[in-house]
Ligand binder design. Sequence first.
Ligand code: ZN
Length: 238
Amino acid sequence: MKQNGILCDILPEGHLPEDMKNLGIDEIGDSHLFTSMETPMKASAFELDDQTKIKLIEEKFAEIMDVLGLDLSDDSLSGTPHRVAKMYVKEIFRGLNPANAPKIALFKNKYRYKEMLIERDITLYSNCEHHFVPIVGKVHVGYISSGKVIGLSKINRVVEYFAKRPQVQERLTVQIARYLAEVLETEDIAVVVDARHLCVSSRGVEDTSSSTLTASYLGKFNEHETRDEFLRHIYQKG
Ligand code: ZN
């Protein structure tokens, strides 16, 4: 396995380890266990178009609100099911659909810049797949060009694409690193994600100060010197 993350224990695709299989649903969610590097999707995921999905989610969200006892005839609440459904499909979960993947053009590295390129403090808004509440933080990306470069804003777009799904932070980190390795045609990629999970800070243990750090280092970033240089740049702001 090439990824050496700080917290990235990579599990066999689609499986929980034997000793974790007896955990209850609540414990699995709170431990943020995950089963696969690919976002688990069913084969028929895109048989319905966006408008149909919005209509169906709207109906089901209205039911959830009704079961909670909310009065859907109230002016403040009546539009909520539609707003939530539209937000899910068109905004916060739009990255589930490969059709929304960023279009990336590669440029020749004309200046023969062979040093590390770092894009730091990329704003991250995602949602935890165990509780459907926000994950908020920063992403730092480094790469060493193999002769090809991409527009800097495209790195932000790649982060955004994988963030706009129900996620676990470990998978998000690895998905960003793998995708960038593919589009940049280089193995030398580093991704660090530093984020707060609202499922930890606003419920459960209600810890408001902790953040979770995950990293994926590929290629030369597995070498101490290269990794240290990257970490120095992102944390010392030098
Ligand atoms: Zn969670």
